[in-house]
Unconditional design. Structure first.
Length: 553
């Protein structure tokens, strides 16, 4: 998989820097349209912003307030595409908005918003909205604050519970279509001759080896480094001297944090979309993995991009506002299971209120800055990644002066695509039911979709891999081996945070480290030293990203 000698002998048509959801979407489309494609990711796929979102595949009801109608339409169209091409990952999600007299968005305004949202999604398969008068609303949501309540509204969007796996499936699909995909390889220098990028120099972070990746005569280089796009532009080098590409900052990140809590008194059975009492900002309370994901905040951010963490102020804000809307919740800091935080890659908009900065993406052509074969993606949501890929690949073909092959990603299913009614699931329950519980088999299909069959095959080849990782969890040893052998996982963080849901269990997944390292040593050839290092890295990651500061002292 990491044949660097071969990679260095190849001339690529498309070199993509950054393996978050947008880089993955570009790589998939480019490879499917026959371009020799390489994607380079400095950490793990989906380890940047793509790992820290609210996990909604949504039209962005809020964007209507800023008259971003084309963005809403684009997002709603993409929501429909994902519901059909990735039904194992993206599910319909009912959202409820409680409406209050003393908040900034009155009943009529929400109603108008709902009608517009339905108009912009005229071709949807999800149900249309419904407005709820006060009495009906209170009957359905008894635990919600009733003071100044005027009613509510319900509508549908999508939820991608495992956003990291949506990215991964795009990566796998890109590889299946012929792309070379590399994680833990960092682009350290971008070499230019005249007005063209000819090569990119990279460092393999697993071995320290330096490698040079070359472009074909008409190659195009794509910067999908999310919040890191400006750093990537600064990697330019010409005739042995630094040659930063462009001098204007393009990214203007804002930080968003979430808290995750277990069930609580008055917890809603479905998602709430609520206006905060203190500052009028909308935030979500979303059922997620048997817990509740509550967020987000929206704060201008210019600090370290590597380890971003919710601070106590953000945590208290989200707790307070949840308790405001659900008075019986009485949530306190101790109720938090973990937090997570990330930055939104947004167009640089100095001086603007974070919430009002456009969420629309821009494909920036560096020809304006004297570089002919370089495009940077500024912004871009999880929801719209596929369309970003299509637009970017169209731009690539145009720049190469080649006639574009048709894009197929709007209808081509992702590799794990399967519906709950698929006969293969029942067949697997019959075939593996004597060694694995139905709960485990269901869990595998929920995580891997149709690819669960490959995980199950591992248990047939080696029955020891059917063993559970813990008596309380449906997860089995085969998942660990599968992550390493078939899903590019190199670290415990990759395995526990982005290939499986193990990190979101119990004591930050720490209790599982012994059985995981034992499995990795026995079945994947990891040495004791590698396991010790991986455990230390895992603890560092959780402490610097997910465990609130007050729990560390
Ligand atoms: C709090 C929050 C909530 C959000 N909620 C939603 C939501 O509900 N729905 C939605 O649609 N969107 C949401 N978003 C937005 C969405 O998550 C991001 O816009 C999207 O994930 C960006 O993806 P990306 O691929 O552009 O960037 P990233 O995921 O950040 O990927 C960029 C990658 O580039 C890599 N990279 C950087 N430098 C180099 C280099 N030199 N060499 C190689 N690789 C490099 C990084 O390691 C990183 O993995 C949210 C974002 C946040 C922060």
């Amino acid at each position: 998989m990491r044949d660097f000698a071969q990679i260095q002998q190849t001339d690529y048509d498309v070199i993509i820097i950054g393996g978050g959801i947008n880089g993955a979407g570009v790589a998939r489309d480019a490879a499917l349209r026959g371009l020799r494609t390489i994607l380079i990711e400095k950490t793990d796929f989906a380890s940047g912003s793509s790992s820290w979102s609210t996990r909604l595949i949504h039209g962005g009801l809020r964007y209507l307030e800023y008259f971003e109608f084309p963005l809403v339409r684009e997002s709603l169209k993409e929501r429909e595409v994902l519901l059909h091409t990735a039904p194992h990952l993206v599910n319909p999600l009912q959202l409820t908005i409680p409406i209050y007299r003393d908040r900034s968005r009155p009943y009529w305004k929400i109603w108008v918003g709902m009608i517009l949202y339905d108009i912009f999604s005229f071709d949807k398969t999800l149900p249309v909205h419904r407005m709820l008068p006060k009495a009906k609303f209170q009957q359905l949501f008894r635990s919600l604050d009733g003071e100044n309540l005027t009613g509510g509204s319900q509508y549908y969007d999508g939820q991608v519970t495992l956003a990291e796996r949506l990215c991964l499936e795009n990566i796998i699909s890109a590889q299946n279509a012929g792309a070379t995909v590399l994680n833990y390889v960092e682009v350290t220098e971008i070499l230019l001759k005249g007005s063209r990028i000819t090569d990119v120099v990279c460092k393999d972070k697993l071995t320290g080896e330096s490698i040079t990746i070359s472009g074909s005569a008409d190659a195009v280089v794509i910067n999908t480094a999310g919040p890191w796009i400006d750093y990537v532009c600064k990697l330019g080098s010409k005739a042995g001297k630094d040659f930063p590409i462009g001098n204007k900052q393009k990214n203007g990140s804002t930080k968003g944090s979430h808290i995750v809590v277990g069930n609580f008194p008055g917890a809603p059975g479905s998602t709430l979309y609520v206006e905060a009492k203190s500052d009028g900002r909308p935030f979500f309370i979303v059922p997620w993995l048997g817990m509740y994901l509550i967020g987000t905040t929206d704060i201008p951010y210019k600090d370290d991009l590597e380890n971003i963490k919710a601070n106590n102020e953000e945590i208290d804000y989200l707790l307070r506002e949840t308790n405001n809307i659900i008075p019986t919740a009485n949530l306190e800091r101790d109720d938090i299971k973990f937090t997570y935080s990330g930055v939104r890659p947004l167009p640089n908009s100095e001086g603007k209120k974070p919430g009002s900065i456009t969420r629309k993406h821009i494909i920036f052509d560096h020809r304006k800055e004297g570089v002919d074969n370089f495009f940077t993606l500024i912004g871009g949501k999880l929801t719209t990644y596929r369309n970003v890929g299509e637009e970017m690949v169209d731009a690539i073909f145009k720049r190469m002066k080649r006639s574009p092959k048709p894009c197929r990603t709007d209808s081509l299913p992702l590799p794990g695509c399967i519906l709950p009614s698929d006969a293969r699931i029942q067949k697997a329950i019959t075939e593996y039911g004597s060694t694995l519980s139905t709960n485990t088999i269901d869990h595998l299909f929920t995580i891997y979709g149709a690819k669960a069959l490959e995980v199950l095959t591992l248990t047939k080849e080696n029955p020891e891999l059917s063993e559970p990782l813990s008596p309380d969890l449906p997860d089995i040893k085969a998942q660990i081996v599968y992550a390493v052998e078939s899903e590019f996982a190199h670290t415990l963080v990759d395995i526990m945070r982005r290939r499986t849901t193990l990190a979101m269990n119990g004591h930050y997944g720490m209790d599982l480290l012994p059985i995981l390292t034992e499995t990795l040593q026995k079945h994947c050839g990891w040495t004791q030293e590698k396991c010790d290092r991986a455990c230390a890295e895992y603890r560092f990651y959780m402490e610097h990203n997910c465990i609130p500061d007050y729990q560390l002292t």
